[in-house]
Design a binder for this molecule. Structure first.
Ligand code: PAF
Length: 293
């Protein structure tokens, strides 16, 4: 005798309000089911789908939130043109086996009179993304805190591509005693090394051919540091190569992976991370890799 398990592809539950989300969570909790949250801003790509798969390894139920959070965009940034593709996202989540898609409207998240935000220090002021996007992490931390309080998941999954964001969220969860396990997921890359990002669709065909040069130059710099080249020398040469590919560099820096502090003299490469942000035309790309390989 044997029994075959037939997996039937089901649509994820569509949840569009906080009460709907909480009702669904109560039902799962009543059955003693663990819950993972994957916060996203939609325009889902293979990297997000990998986050769903990772969430599934940790918890019985997976909720994916989709909310293009206005407060994390600066006044001159791409909030209005940020890609939005809810129907396609929901189809992708059905194939990925997510249990619920939570996509509240802006009024549910920021009702009239909304006045409370989270004030950050530590990794949020490391002088990387925050130097170029001074209000970004306050917006991220506030929305992520709200999502965690709304969904009360056992685990929440964030991509390592936004390395400083992950550090900010870990710090916030620790400081505010939010009872959730934060899980970082490795960056998902195109075969040519370009980190997947919803913003990659802004690149035109010519820019797309040069975009992987950022990651290649970063790998080169990391390899040279491992081989004993000094960090300033390796970064200077990599910067020249990145600029020659048509990028305008916002930053290219080596930092302590855990604290994002500047590296100590002769610090072990295994403890270091190389982080970059660079603009190709109107498109701003970020990336990071371990220096230790
Ligand atoms: O990484 C993102 O997509 C966003 O910053 C997040 C964590 C969903 C908050 O809006």
């Amino acid at each position: 005798m044997f029994s075959a398990e037939i997996e039937i592809m089901t649509q994820p539950q569509s949840l569009t309000s906080i009460p709907e989300l909480r009702a669904q969570i109560r039902q799962w909790r009543a059955g003693d089911e663990s819950i993972a949250l994957v916060p996203t801003m939609g325009a889902l790509h293979a990297g997000h789908i990998a986050l769903v798969a990772l969430a599934r390894q940790h918890c019985r139920r997976v909720i994916v939130s989709i909310f293009v959070n206005p407060t994390q965009f600066g006044p001159t940034e791409d909030f209005l043109r940020y890609p939005r593709s809810l129907e396609i996202d929901l189809e992708k989540l059905a194939s990925a086996g997510a249990d619920a898609a939570y996509y509240p409207g802006a009024n549910a998240m920021y009702p009239a009179g909304f006045a409370t935000t989270i004030s950050l220090a530590g990794p949020a002021l490391a002088g990387l993304e925050d130097r170029f996007r001074p209000t970004h992490f306050q917006g991220v931390a506030t929305i992520v805190a709200k999502l965690l309080l709304q969904a009360s998941p056992d685990a929440a999954i964030f991509g390592e591509k936004d390395f400083q964001q992950l550090a900010v969220i870990r710090q916030m969860v620790r400081d505010l005693d939010i009872p959730v396990e934060i899980i970082g997921a490795p960056t998902f890359r195109e075969p040519d090394g370009l980190a997947l990002s919803s913003r990659n669709i802004y690149l035109d065909a010519r820019q797309r051919t040069f975009a992987p040069d950022l990651h290649q130059a970063m790998q080169w710099a990391a390899r040279r540091i491992r081989e004993g080249v000094t960090i300033p020398d390796a970064l200077r040469d990599a910067s020249a190569s990145i600029s020659a590919s048509g990028f305008v560099i916002d930053y290219l820096e080596v930092r302590d992976s855990a604290t994002l502090a500047a590296p100590r003299t002769a610090q072990n490469p295994a403890e270091l991370r190389l982080l970059a942000a660079a603009r190709m035309g109107q498109t701003r790309l970020i990336d990071n890799i371990p220096v230790g390989g």
